[in-house]
Design a protein around this ligand. Structure first.
Ligand SMILES: *Cc1c(COP(=O)(O)O)cnc(C)c1O
Length: 421
């Protein structure tokens, strides 16, 4: 190996040694200035697997060929289409196959799960969440409190970073849960915060929540396909995610949910029902009286959105092939490499607000600029890098192990290095 880590030769050697490097060519890379862009935005919208088109064609052809009979005659029969996701999703989030289903979209699912698991009483009605959560999650919690007649100002408790800090300390989460213990109904956290990239100690948050006698749910938008998860073993009560970020399933792609089997099996668990959640054997008897399937599929209301879900199936094939463990291993090396290079820059004034501890982050680094942030961002764009800008002065980069290379990261560093002091 070349000794100098701050050289393109070193980056190329790392790519040569990378067992996952061939996956890069399985995706379409957007074009910028007539060449492949350096795409560091997989945390917003993942790239398109080249196989997606054929998955769509399969469904379009089956629809043309069979019409309604496609529900049973299609290569992947539409009647059971959601079943084709169960195994892969269970593996991705560390769940039993009875605990997951692909359906709807993220915020819709968050509301549906809250309708099941936020059942406030006069005594227990508070929701604890992270401050600085994604806005959709804030709006969801605000209106859930209102739906049940509570004032969000009182009912929704946010835990934020301490003054001068950017990430949330677990001891502050613990103290807040303990403080509100008597009135606490649910704790809803992100797995990975979208802004700082902080990966929370999910297992610990579940433990603390359960000790307080409350229910614990997670929004895994930035965690699924990024971190190795063990939702079942961590005793998470419920979770939901989208599949267009790290899961590369395309704009507006279908979301997914996890419901712990203890709630799936519990006869008293309430869910809003539709026919696709009804027991499969008697679904087409079209009778009165909802009889839920014995799995998380009982949360489904409508029949599967096959045309939307085809891309998700194409993408999950690749995740099945690679496995989260290998992705996480490469992710660790790639993000650490990016961090090392960027921290060496003397020409720019910025701070990495993502935790430096690899256990507390995924494949995202958020750079908070003291000055020149916008200028750096524009320079990156002009040199063919697609990153993400967040007001007032943060550049988020996501070196995604599935399709980014060490050379991508090195090129980012070189461009940033060339910005005048
Ligand atoms: C991306 C993201 C969303 C987006 O919600 P949709 O319902 O898919 O539009 C919501 N919450 C979080 C935390 C996200 O990261």
């Amino acid at each position: 190996m070349t000794g100098n880590k701050f050289s393109i030769e070193y980056a190329k050697e790392m790519d040569d040694a990378d067992k996952l490097s061939s996956y890069r060519s399985r995706f379409f890379h957007p074009q910028l200035h007539n060449k492949d862009a350096i795409y560091l935005c997989g945390n917003s919208l993942g790239l398109q697997p080249k196989t997606v088109k054929s998955f769509y064609e399969q469904e379009l052809n089956d629809w043309a060929k069979y019409g309604v009979e496609g529900h049973f005659e299609a290569k992947r029969p539409w009647f059971s289409y959601h079943h084709f996701f169960t195994k892969s999703l269970a593996k991705l989030v560390g769940a039993k196959e009875t605990e997951v289903v692909a359906m709807n979209s993220l915020t819709v699912n968050l509301h549906l799960l809250m309708l099941s698991f936020y059942r406030p009483t006069k005594q227990r009605y508070k929701i604890i969440m992270e401050a600085g959560a994604f806005p959709s999650d804030m709006y969801a919690m605000e209106t859930q409190a209102q739906l049940h007649g509570f004032n969000p100002e009182d009912a929704v408790i946010e835990i934020g970073p301490r003054k001068g800090e950017h990430t949330i300390r677990i001891e502050d989460i613990e103290a807040t849960i303990k403080k509100h213990k008597k009135n606490l109904a649910v704790v809803v956290f992100g797995g990975v915060n979208y802004y700082t990239g902080q990966f929370f100690d999910m297992k610990k948050i579940v433990e603390l929540t359960h000790e307080a006698g409350a229910i614990c749910g997670f929004d895994l938008a930035h965690a699924v396909g990024n971190k190795v998860l063990h939702l079942h073993d961590w005793k998470v009560d419920f979770a939901c995610w989208c599949s267009y970020k790290y899961l590369n399933s395309g704009p507006g792609a279908v979301g997914g949910i996890f419901v712990n089997e203890k709630h799936v099996k519990n006869k008293d668990t309430f869910r809003l029902a539709g026919w696709w959640g009804h027991d499969e054997k008697t679904r087409f008897k079209m009778k009165k009286g909802f009889k839920p399937t014995k799995t998380a599929e009982s949360w489904q209301m409508s029949n599967a959105q096959v045309l939307n879900m085809a891309a998700h199936r194409a993408s999950l094939d690749i995740f099945d092939e690679v496995g989260m463990d290998k992705l996480a291993e490469k992710s660790l090396a790639l993000t650490a490499y990016a961090e090392m290079l960027l921290l060496s820059l003397k020409n720019l004034k910025f701070e990495i607000i993502t935790p430096s501890n690899p256990l507390e982050r995924g494949c995202q680094l958020s750079l908070l600029f003291k000055s020149k942030g916008r200028e750096v961002f524009e320079k990156l764009q002009s040199k063919g890098v697609i990153a993400d800008w967040r007001e007032p002065n943060v550049i988020r980069i996501a070196p995604v192990p599935m399709y980014n290379s060490f050379e991508d990261v090195y090129t980012l560093y070189e461009i940033m290095k060339s910005v005048k002091k």
